[in-house]
Design a protein around this ligand. Structure first.
Ligand code: ADP
Length: 404
């Protein structure tokens, strides 16, 4: 059996999925799993295609202290207990910097290049690259493909991509990149399948998970995003503030005497819905809370999504489709209702029944703006890219052999 392993390694967990390759293009998910609690209470968990539990195993903290050992643990289980051998491995890599506008087959020089972007995404990039290094050492002949969260946005115009700062900083990479690109690309592909007659139009996608952003898509291509140089910008998120006056950061540094590291920690972990409510980052708990601060946090979240819908509609010169995706976007009926109210001036007319049922199309038939719910699948997107990059590499390799 041909299979592809998809790896999404973060600071606290290594998530993995296994896809069986059927024919030349069809991918079927076989296993979904993760190693979490690294260095604290490490646990390997995985389930099969039918959600059947395959393993749940705890380890000593010192046995699985970091991403490398987590990857080795998952890999050993997949090989020895599931008897799986992979034709290729696809990785989620948050930052492809200014140059990578598509997935790439990794080798030493690509990894060295990607390591240069650690300073652009210090919390994510090192964890994304660690499993690639481990696997390269252990299986030097295994094709590995890096898929970037930034790549889908690399076609933004220079006007959109620039900050109003001196050119030398732009040249060294201080630009508005945009993230969640694998999710947006997947959603754009799904729209082409589900509503081919509208998918070429002007679309705003709201990826509302624990990280949240929105993307303007014209004719299937990203033209603008709410995120920028880092994944801190744009919408308020679970624990990140979203767009904030840089003067606030200066205030924290100079008046509050916080170190740069403390400010970073604060902005990534203590703000957003959690900071504003003073209670939690979880939308479900905020909805159930009677505390005024919980209501304020949700009001702010909805308000900012509405504002950014206007901002992205301006980038597109109008809007035909609005799509909800990711944890909150896919599951929260009441928040979708509240956000849709903010879209009324853009022609959005929600169908409450369809919204309640979680249908694909949740706007009324006469609504000028089509409103949709599309469950995202970044891992499947990575598996597709991995397969396509592999096939392209084989074709290029065969052509090179013919001409040699
Ligand atoms: P991540 O961004 O970590 O990949 P997800 O896209 O799965 O995560 O989104 C996680 C978020 O989704 C959490 O903040 C959680 O509060 C929210 N969420 C999950 N289910 C619901 C629900 N039924 N209603 C509201 N929010 C939900």
């Amino acid at each position: 059996m041909d299979a592809i392993l998809v790896v999404n390694a973060g600071s606290s967990s290594v998530k993995f999925r296994v896809f069986e390759v059927e024919g030349s293009r069809t991918l079927r998910q076989l296993i979904s799993g993760q190693v979490d609690g690294m260095g604290v209470h490490p646990k390997l968990k995985a389930s099969g295609a039918d959600d059947r539990k395959l393993v749940e195993r705890s380890y000593e903290a010192k046995e699985v202290p970091d991403v490398e050992t987590a990857m080795r643990t998952a890999g050993a289980w997949l090989r020895t207990e599931q008897n799986l051998h992979f034709m290729a491995i696809g990785h989620r890599v948050v930052h492809g910097g200014p140059h990578y506008d598509r997935p790439v087959l990794v080798n030493e020089s690509v990894v060295a290049d990607l390591e240069r972007y650690v300073s652009l995404a210090p919390l994510h990039q090192p964890n994304n690259l660690a499993p690639i290094r481990v696997l390269m050492d252990r299986f030097p002949d295994m094709p590995q493909v890096a898929c970037f969260d930034t790549a889908f946005h690399r076609g933004h115009s220079e006007v959109a991509e620039r900050y109003a700062i001196p050119d030398n900083l732009y040249v060294e990479g201080v630009r508005r990149y945009g993230f969640h690109g694998l999710s947006y690309e997947y959603v754009a592909e799904r729209l082409r399948e589900l509503i081919p007659e509208r998918a070429g139009g002007r679309t705003v996608v709201a990826h509302l998970g624990s990280g949240a952003s929105m993307c303007a898509i014209a004719d299937g291509r990203s033209v603008e995003s709410t995120m920028g140089f880092t994944a801190l910008d744009g919408l308020p998120m679970g624990t990140r503030p979203g767009q904030i006056d840089p003067g606030v950061v200066l205030y924290l540094l100079s008046e509050k005497r916080m170190s740069a590291a403390a400010v970073q920690d604060f902005l990534y972990k203590e703000c957003g819905l959690k900071g504003l409510s003073g209670i939690t980052n979880d939308v479900r708990d905020l909805m159930e809370s009677a505390a005024p601060s919980a209501a304020l946090a949700l009001d702010h979240f909805v308000y900012r999504i509405g504002l950014y819908a206007g901002y992205l509609a301006a980038a597109l010169g109008g809007i035909d489709n609005f799509v909800f995706t990711a944890g909150i976007g896919e599951r929260s009926v009441p928040l979708r209702t509240r956000i849709a109210e903010k879209l009324a001036w853009l022609g959005g007319d929600l169908d409450a029944d369809a919204n309640g049922k979680g249908d694909f199309c949740i706007s009324r038939p006469g609504s000028r703006l089509g409103i949709y719910v599309v469950p995202t699948n970044e891992e499947l997107m990575i598996a597709r890219h991995t397969l396509a990059t592999l096939s392209a590499g084989k074709i290029a390799g065969a052509a090179a052999k013919r001409t040699a």
